[in-house]
Design a protein around this ligand. Sequence first.
Ligand SMILES: Cc1cc2nc3c(=O)[nH]c(=O)nc-3n(C[C@H](O)[C@H](O)[C@H](O)COP(=O)(O)O)c2cc1C
Length: 431
Amino acid sequence: MTETGMNRRDAPSAGELPLAGKRVVLGVTGSIAAYKAADLVRRLREQGAEVRIILSRHALAFVGPLTFQTLSGHGVFLDREEEAIGGEDDAAIRHIALAREADLLLIAPATANLLGKLAHGIADDLLSSTALAVTCPILVAPAMNTVMWQHPAVQSNLSLLQSRGVLVAAPEEGPLACGVEGVGRLADLSAILQRVVDCLARRHDLAGERVLVTAGPTREFLDPVRYLSNRSSGRMGFALAEAARERGAQVVLISGPTTLTPPAGVTYLPVITAEEMRDAVHRQFPSATVLVMAAAVADYRPAVSSSSKLKKTGQPFSLPLEPTPDVLEGVGAIKRDGQIVVGFTAETQDLEAQARDKLTRKRMDLVAANDITEAGAGFDGETNRVLFLTADGEREWTPCEPKRVVAHRLLDWVLRIRMRRGKGIPAPSVP
Ligand SMILES: Cc1cc2nc3c(=O)[nH]c(=O)nc-3n(C[C@H](O)[C@H](O)[C@H](O)COP(=O)(O)O)c2cc1C
């Protein structure tokens, strides 16, 4: 199956369907949610994608190839190589040919079995062999019973896949086919489609940018075992790093301590204290074109840190604090023409006034402000709702959305600012 002459481009031009010229290979596996994949084919095509379908042997117990053949307008590839139903009849090695032509391998629904095979490099059928042969991004949309989903084996396979850069459209909570309610339902088709568009349509619009992202909390030590910190999980910064990498940027992620796995393809620099964060940012900033400060850096640290563990005395204890170095203020002073600096600010009152003041004082180009008293916004959650303010006076409130979506919105603003300036991407400064 070698089709040539496709018009391949990195990003659609204005007015064009977002997936025009893109080829999605859709793998469907043996889940009760397999019937939903038929609608997904229709919706992918509505967005301009060419769709090629591989049904696993077990998927065939749930759905028939004729539906997929009709909806995709192409032959459907089955597990056994000799059985392409209505497929182009050539002698190419199918998994290699399919892999070579793919802009994205989407597996929806993805069974626990498929995730396990992918994680461990097992290639015992057409879909898993194709997954090993692709060089394009892979997006999986798992669907299964809640207990299966929560099983440590499934979760560890998933983490392994994510650490290799496999994208995941996480399953949702709701009533499941097995009669229980819980996490495991195939992600909403609109959410899967959005991930596909994020991954393909915008894919290289940050090519050439060198994006420096900070994430997570810092720790300020009183003694070798105790520290002051905050509730930042690092999720917003990690989502930003991943989104920027997906869109073609070179990414450096400087993070305080978190439990998250750094996204694949990103240079990861772990730090602990505000001072280490400041030093790392100042080292990396000259070669960056964009800095996004999503870290929750401590404002104060203990004035004295004991080298031995402080003993309990039973007496009242007061802890003198001193300000930590302000990472952003220092950066504002060395910022070069063309570098774009973005900050986050978490506020509990006067959000817009406080954020605008910070934007001006710290010479930022864009600020993303959270009202952390709002449910679903700010620290330690999966979602965020922010107010974007630009140095040129624009403002945008986002809905409450997954942090990954907010990350893409922020990067869209960065691009808008870059284009408005019209000077192109600045060269790195030579130290
Ligand atoms: C009625 C039925 C429904 C199933 N639904 C799921 C499911 O939603 N998710 C899943 O991971 N496995 C499900 N399974 C189990 C898979 O079909 C089984 O693990 C199979 O080996 C998957 O093969 P495949 O990954 O090659 O398609 C189901 C099995 C049956 C009989």
